[in-house]
Structures are given as C-alpha cells and as structure tokens.
Design a protein around this ligand. Structure first.
Ligand code: BGC
Length: 496
C-alpha cells in the first residue's frame, strides 16, 4: 500500500484556505436505507406482519412520538424518486434491505409473494439502469412476527429458517445483485432486542436470550454465505459478508486498558472472531470471562453457548470483505462496588463489570446514545486490521443524528471529519478501506425515536402524503465529494 502514500503526498493541493485529499482510485461511495425504516406498505400486496409492525401497533408509548413505520417514506410507492436521489448524488452503490415478511409472508418458503418479488425486481433493475450498483442487506431487524412467535433469534431452528430465506432471495435476485450483506448489526439485533423495552420483542433476557441470539446469528450468516459460495458464486461472482457494528471503546485511564479491550471483543469481536480469525470460534478472552460470570451466577453451562468444532468450521472464513457500521465511541472504566450500569442497549457490559463513560469533549448528537468522535472510526479500523489481518474493509453505515432543518452544517462537518479519519486510516495506517456508505439517503423511521431524529442527506416531509424529499446541504456536500473523488479540508475549522 506504499503507493497510496505516494499518490496522496504528490496530489495534496494546498488551496488558499483548504487542503484537498483524494480518495484512492476505485474507492466507492454509497448511501443506505432499510426496509422497515423507509418502505411503508406494511400490509400491502400480501406482506405479513413483522416484529416492528406488531410492536409499534401494540406499544405506541415505547416510541418517542408514538409513530409507526406503516407508511414511513412510502418507498413502496416512491422508490423511483429514491433512485433519482441516488443518481443526483452520483452514488456508486445504493444499499437497501429486503423485507422477509414481504417476500415470505409465513416466514417460510412455502409461499413466495410474487408482488414482493416484482417490487424488488423493479428496484434492482431501476438501480442498474442508472449505472449504480445494488448492495442488498438480506435482513435488517424486521423479523416476521410468525418466527418471533416461535422464539425468533433465540430458537436454534432460525439458522435453517434464515438459510431458506436467503436461498429464495439469492435465487430471485442473484443474477443481478453482486454485493450482499446477510444480517445487519448482530450486536444491536441481539442486545437491543433482548435487553431493551423500546425494541421488539421487548423480551428481556440479558442472561440467556442475548447470548443464544449471538450464536444463532453467526450460524445463520454462515449457512447463507455457504449457500451463495457453493451455488451462485461460481456463476455470478458476487460477494457476501455480515455487517458488524463497531463502536470504539477506549480506556478512561491506563488501568482500564484490559477492560476496554474486552469490551471491544464483546461488541465487535463476538461477531467477527468466528468469521475472520484464523482459529475461529468466540474470542478466547471473552469466552473465558463470560464463562466465569456464568459460573458465579450459578449456571451449570456458559451463558454464551460454546461452538462445536463442526460449527467453528462452518463459520470460519465466511466472508468476502469486512463490512462495518460505525457511529460513536465510549470510554470504559471498572464499576465501583455496587454501582449499577444504566446505559442501554449495551446491557451485558455489566457482565464484564464495566461502566461506560462519555468523554466530556465529545459532542452529543440528537439522540441519547450518540457522541461524536471522528477519531473513533480510524481507531476502530486499525483495531480490526490488527485483530483480523489485512482484509478489505467496506464501511456500510456512518452518519449523524440531527434535529430538523435543511442547512445541516453539523452533518456536513461530521461527514468531513469522519471521512478525513477514514483517509488517515488508508494513507497513514495502510488499512484497505474500499467503500464508504452514508447513513442515510433520506430521513426515515429511526426505530424507537420514530421521526424525531433525522439522519437523512435528504429531508422527508412526513406530513405530506407524497412524502416530498428535499436535498439538505449535506446532500450537496456529499455529491461534491463523490464528483471530485476527494475531500476538501478547510485549514480553519468550522465551529458548530
Ligand atoms: C442501524 C440503522 C439505524 C442507524 C442509526 C444502525 O445501527 O443499522 O437501522 O437507523 O444505526 O441509529
């Protein structure tokens, strides 16, 4: 990667009040959405209920503005406009997810909903017609309710259910989709879903549910990856990976270094080690620490279920690149005697006897869990490279939570600062980052925050029946980065 230094050094242009940093040739830019957050059409054309439909209808009080994703951005009808926006931004790729309960209303392949296949065919063909690449997430938090009723991610059979669903989508879309993500952010899926009352199924099971989920997600991903690898890759040459949420944890003081490392292994490593490490399985230090906790609690088996040797082999190596989503950072320190952990959804930090702290100079974004620390993305990438080797890294989500407004200079600054750190990771640390994805193309249903929190490059008017989309300042800024394939860093910093 030495050439990257040479390219950068020879092409840094000092323009009167700014510096222009190019991205490596071939680096790709995208933007992302997820089905439940944008589609709407919650019960149209044969779609069945998923866990979010059920939850927001039964528990409006758990959503900040008591809203639902019933209509959301109405992308079920407005998808052409979404693709126009992708074109306006000149995206290289557009990441979106498939709704399991739209494609398989029973949750199983005994009935494939043709209307859903047609909808996604139209979207995929529309993306390709614009010269953009589709990046498809197979599952992004919206489990069919029928499967939740059978235990959802805590039931070991879900490994096969997910494999069956993946087979269906590969068979229908695999001729045109060459980039796939199996499951979005297992850490959020497992922690938030089994540890927080504001995410469905709101079945609180910090000792068992979370850890069963962790194991089943890894096996489900691996089975789907192997189906693609065996049946589709030889013909279509596509690539498939899991997308992992990487929050950067650092020690509050040097004595907490081991704890911070263990926390990285817990949140990032628990969903990476089995796939990317040479030995496979859970991160050994984490598995040991959690087994000790289980014993202390009187369980006769580890709460984090061990992998069999066969399972280790099944999961190991099931990647084509490392996909990561990154937003925020935290500091770690050891809990004092009797001190209670309060931050959700990271409940099982308690199992590591840790307390999560915020650094005073990290600005808080417009939602409770989000502190801005651009260096976290670089440090996270370097950590991943140290752990798992010189892999190809694709950033599949990054973006800022704000309140309303078109002149979103805070989001502009966020993108500039985080992308600068990505470039430093590439140029100074030789991390092979090949893609960056803005979360999100447009304002959408931000889970338990409803419509109160905005992440969009485009503003969406949720009181307009047509859900009009309007570009924000950040959309113009991002389009400019893509057009120039470079980042302009002002020498004088912009204050928020
Ligand atoms: C999820 C998105 C979510 C975003 C901002 C990510 O963890 O994949 O669905 O909207 O964070 O909260």
């Amino acid at each position: 990667m030495i050439w990257k230094h040479a390219v950068v050094l020879s092409t840094i242009l000092a323009v009167s009040s700014s510096t222009i940093l190019p991205f490596p040739p071939g680096f790709k830019f995208g933007a992302a959405t997820a089905a439940y957050q944008v589609e709407g059409g919650w019960n149209l054309d044969g779609k069945s209920e998923n866990i979010w439909d059920r939850f927001v209808h039964e528990h409006p009080e758990r959503i900040d503005d008591r809203s639902t994703g019933d209509v959301a951005c109405d992308s079920y009808h407005n998808w052409r406009r979404d693709l126009e926006m992708a074109e306006e931004l000149r995206l290289d790729f557009y990441r979106f997810s498939l709704s399991w309960s739209r494609i398989l209303p029973s949750g199983f392949p005994n009935h494939i909903n043709e209307a859903a296949i047609e909808y996604y065919n139209n979207v995929i063909d529309g993306i390709l017609e614009k010269g953009i690449e589709p990046l498809v997430t197979i599952h992004h938090f919206d489990l069919p309710q029928s499967l939740q009723d059978l235990g959802g991610w805590a039931n070991p059979l879900i490994v096969d259910w997910f494999e069956d669903y993946a087979k269906v989508v590969f068979a229908h879309f695999g001729d045109r989709v060459k980039l796939w993500l199996t499951i979005n952010e297992p850490v959020i899926l497992c922690e938030a879903f089994f540890n927080a009352e504001v995410f469905p199924p709101a079945f609180i099971s910090p000792d068992l549910g979370v850890y069963l989920c962790s194991k089943h997600v890894m096996l489900a991903h691996a089975k789907a990856w192997r189906v693609y690898d065996k049946l589709l890759k030889p013909k279509y040459h596509g690539r498939v990976s899991l997308t992992t949420h990487i929050t950067w944890f650092e020690p509050l003081a040097p004595e907490y270094e081991e704890l911070a490392e263990l926390t990285m292994l817990n949140f990032g490593g628990r969903y990476s080690h089995a796939i990317y490490s040479k030995i496979g399985g859970w991160p050994p230090a984490l598995e040991k620490a959690l087994a000790e906790v289980s014993l202390k609690r009187g369980y006769s088996r580890p709460q984090l279920p061990p992998f069999t040797q066969e399972e280790i082999e099944l999961v190991r190596g099931t990647y084509d690149f490392f996909a990561l989503n990154h937003y925020t950072s935290r500091l770690m320190r050891t809990a004092k005697e009797g001190e209670k952990f309060t931050e959700w959804p990271l409940g099982d930090v308690e199992d590591l006897n840790g307390i999560i702290v915020r650094k005073a100079d990290w600005a808080q974004a417009a939602t409770s869990w989000f502190y801005v620390n651009p260096e976290g993305i670089r440090k996270g990438l370097v950590w991943l490279k140290q752990q798992y080797g010189d892999l190809e890294f694709m950033i599949t989500e990054n973006g800022l939570a704000t309140k309303a407004g078109l002149d979103d200079q805070d989001r502009v600054q966020y993108y500039r600062d985080y992308l600068e750190q990505v470039l430093l990771a590439i140029n100074e640390d030789d991390v092979n980052v090949t893609a960056y994805t803005a979360w999100t193309l447009m304002d959408n249903y931000e889970w338990n925050n409803g419509y109160t929190v905005k992440f969009g490059l485009y503003e969406v008017n949720f009181t307009d029946p047509g859900r009009k989309r309007t570009p924000r300042a950040s959309a113009h800024y991002y389009a400019n980065i893509i057009r120039t394939h470079s980042l302009e860093i002002p020498t004088t910093s912009i204050q928020l």
